[in-house]
Design a binder for this molecule. Structure first.
Ligand code: ATP
Ligand code: LTN
Length: 332
């Protein structure tokens, strides 16, 4: 039986957080044996906010290294840079013509980003989900592993696909979101009611994958909790501690009940130290591998070029089919 297809991507907006790792990357690694996986760097999506060109270029290369350092085997996965495959943007144009303004207007990420970047509300920010739909549909992806915040974008991708299929007949496969049961939404350490985000201003709110051991210990020690001093899972009344419990449970591969039991009768001091140690233990080898990989950027580009070769064949086949269906003349 043919393997199911997975596609996902991360924007090259800066250093990834523990939220990106636990909500996205970590799940990708677990899927690589069972599925035919396509993992890209969403560099075109990154252009929807203003970037320093040199930093964007550096972030893109760093992210490839991070994918591999996190455990994605380049022999098993197709790793590539979104902008290297023009078919994504070509399909995106067609899909734009099958997407309604009203649908895009409802996207919560669009509203959030408009509030955050009030001086740069560009049309790329508005049509962002259409390019994302093209990324997914162009590979006939069955599953898309993302964090909870991307679920709405998956829904619109399905709506666009369904609309197109109902006019032109079966063209796109219906993609399903794959959202991990735990870790789908890691919260900020200072603001445990909003998600940990790489663009958060307060450095104490987020753990960066590049943080030193000392940073990690300090950030967890200062993490906001509550006055009960009891390690008990209750998102509503104890969002801070519950978030730390989620982090610990994923890294240690334990259930929340097991974590509750392990720290029964212990206060927050011990618990926070244990969480910090678990995170450090997980990140140290990743950071070491990451630094080694960055010493050889040529090798990273070779990995991407191999990925591009494989992915573009698939993408171009689907694009041609779409062009034909809508009535464009194909030069064969
Ligand atoms: P930004 O702050 O620049 O908007 P971000 O941290 O939200 O960035 P994205 O590049 O938008 O990161 O997301 C990359 C992947 O990480 C997506 O699959 C997203 O759902 C997931 N993700 C982001 N933040 C979290 C989080 N706090 N918990 C779980 N998953 C997350
Ligand atoms: N919008 C996504 C990044 C992204 C993506 C994709 C994720 C761009 N294209 C296709 C899954 C599938 C985000 O994580 N912010």
């Amino acid at each position: 039986m043919e393997k199911k297809i997975i596609l996902s991507g991360i924007q090259a907006t800066g250093t990834l957080t523990l939220g990106n790792y636990l909500g996205a990357l970590n799940n990708w690694v677990e899927m690589q044996d069972k599925y035919d996986c396509y993992y890209m760097i969403a560099d075109l999506h990154t252009l929807t906010i203003r970037n320093d060109p040199e930093i964007l270029r550096k972030n893109t290369l760093n992210l490839i290294a991070l994918y591999i350092a996190a455990g994605l085997d380049p022999e098993k996965n197709t790793i590539f840079i979104q902008s290297h495959i023009p078919a994504h943007t070509q399909l995106s144009w067609v899909l734009n013509c099958y997407t309604y303004m009203g649908e895009l207007n409802r996207m919560t990420q669009y509203k959030d980003k408009c509030a955050k970047h009030a001086d740069n509300i560009n049309s790329g920010l508005f049509t962002y989900p259409v390019l994302m739909a093209a990324d997914i549909l162009i590979y006939n992806a069955d599953l898309v592993p993302v964090g909870q915040d991307q679920k709405q974008h998956l829904e619109i991708a399905r709506d666009i696909a369904e609309r197109f299929n109902s006019i032109y007949g079966e063209t796109f496969k219906m993609p399903e979101p794959y959202i991990g049961k735990v870790g789908a939404k890691i919260m900020g350490l200072q603001n445990p009611t909003s998600k940990m985000s790489k663009s958060a201003e307060d450095p104490m709110d987020k753990i960066l994958l590049s943080d030193t051991k000392e940073d990690i210990i300090k950030k967890f020690k200062k993490a906001v909790t509550d006055s009960e001093n009891k390690v008990r899972f209750d998102v509503e009344n104890k969002p801070g501690v519950s978030n730390l419990m989620v982090i610990y449970s994923i890294i240690k591969n334990k259930t929340i009940e097991e974590v509750e039991k392990e720290f029964e009768g212990q206060g927050y001091g011990n618990f926070k130290t244990a969480v910090a140690e678990a995170v450090i233990e997980r990140l140290e080898p990743l950071q070491k591998r990451y630094n080694e990989l960055l010493e050889n950027p040529k090798e990273l580009m070779e990995i991407c070029n191999k990925g591009t070769e494989k992915a573009s064949k698939k993408a171009n086949t689907l694009l041609k089919n779409v062009y034909k269906k809508v009535g464009l003349v194909i030069n064969e």
